[in-house]
Ligand binder design. Sequence first.
Ligand code: IVH
Length: 665
Amino acid sequence: MQQLNQLRQHLREHSYRYYVLDDPILSDADYDALFQQLLSLEKQYPNMITADSPSQRVGAQPLAEFQQITHRLPMLSLDNIFNEQGLQDFDRRVHERLLLAHEIPIHYVCEPKLDGIAVSLIYEAGQLVCAATRGDGQVGEDITQNMRTIHSLPLVLRGDDYPAWLEVRGEVFISKAGFAALNQKALEGGDKVFANARNAAAGSLRQLDPKITAARPLEMICYALGFVEGAPLAQTHSETMALLKNWGLRVNPISQLCVGVIECQQYYQKLCETRADFPYEMDGVVCKVDRFVQQQTLGFIARAPRWAIAYKFPAQEGITQLERVEFQVGRTGVITPVARLTPVKIGGVTVSNATLHNEDEITRLGIAVGDQVVIYRAGDVIPKIERLFRRGETRQPIVFPQQCPECHGRLERSETEAAIRCSAGLACPAQLKETLKHFASRKAMNIDGLGDKLIEQFIAQGLVKQISDLYQLTLDQLTGLERMAEKSANNLLIALEKSKTTQWPKFLYALGIREVGEATAFNLAEYFENMEALMAADEQQLLAIPDVGPIVAQHILIFFQQPQNCQMIQQLLAAGIRWPRIEKTVGKKPLQGKLFVLTGSLTQLTREQAKQQLQALGAQVSDSLSKKNHYLVVGENAGSKLTKAQALGITILTEAEFTQLLNHS
Ligand code: IVH
């Protein structure tokens, strides 16, 4: 029994470090091992399983319906303001009610207003006994079973100084990355996709079967107390948040004490500018009077407190007309419908295009040309059409082309993806153009001066039909082109010549194999000494490489099975492309086999330098995060990768920790 309790305590402590302190000390694998140990012990002694064991997050039985819960204190909402004047007015009203002179600054706490679902939690003697939705503010629904599945939520509070009866309130939400992954899974499984992260969170909490909820990437951040028995816990909101954190509840680390409204306005401004860099959606800032005595004096009006206000960010949604849909052909032939819209300002940015992803998305939205549509801009992502607003009087259905809009080639629908592709390959000018652009790009062959316009001319004149033709271009041909003086023509020839001396990973990346990004190309190049070895590789060998999963392996195999690709490589090599053989570096490789991902901006090193140093120590660096990764290095303004890494249980290193690791390896 003692061993079981100790094990549970360890697991809780590691979850706390991970979710609340954002400072894990165990790797994913080590945590899993501990957890497995708990499961096997509990299997051995089933009568010793307790409801608060970390193994008991998912209840056994789906509910028939949700029970109603009456809140001991009503769950209020907040009044909204939209500009600085609104904030000044709020501050003036606070001063007036508190009978304070205008010159005396009020202490406010500013924190993000999360766009999720308000939930109340009740801890009795430190145990989570009940969780309820807000409902109408008076009566909500009992969602305890579902809330227990959220890993950032403690089933038992830490320490021993918590009150016997404690109600905590907060917001349940799904991060941007969690939402994208959830919808991706829904698309793949042919299920309905969610319109936004808030709907997804609400839908996930409303499941009667907690097993479904457990599979949804829900998170919770606490922002207030509800009813508490006994003596007041603290004098201020900020102290209360510190207490909650100590008890193991996740609170927002970026909430800030602001003395006076000017500081509140600065906080708002900063968050408004950087909101896209955060892993979750927020729709404004909540400003709260910090001191509880002042809160009490201020009281409530109707359903909102007088001591807090929601300062909303500019709307991220706009309504406009769908004027037409164009179909673009990408490098790998995928046809992407792009909506052309009547320009509309959303959050200060004019939006006139939106991606429609694929044919399924158009069907799902049920839109036609001429309709009024709701556009959503999430800051860091390309604007998208969220839903139909009003049908147009004259509507024209969006017709997916029957053949490639660029080359009239045959279209193919992939069995595994929703994508439709032009089958013509490089015979399609659009695919050829994108392929050449990729080949010439800086991280690939780095051909200076070979821009879009020039590539278009080469294709239109029939001078370049495949990549290797680039190296056959002559001065005569080039000077014959529009706006191409002899000097620029010469410079281009020099750049082409220069590009022939390259590096093995860069060449591999330049080939444009599907799903083989820069980092994967580097890892492949590390493992396979030369082209022959890579071409001869089988699936097993490919899968052994970090960053290569079954899909990537398949793309590599298919690429080399196609005779025209092998011929292209031969021609490029015959044109004189070469690279120095990389000597397998001898010496210390302390990070051999470790797979890193870098995110955010580092202050001491550039990304490229960090990457080179890691590689020199034997580590591999990949672009995308997966379970295979060992470390995520986070710089400033890290985005969605951070949350994803947390969800995957990958060890997270701050820049300081990372520098230490480099220096001591
Ligand atoms: S405080 C009495 N703080 O916004 C004050 N609310 O529009 C109670 N919300 O129902 C709310 N982030 O769901 C507070 N940091 C935050 C919040 C927050 C999001 C939600 C909450 C509330 C709604 C009011």
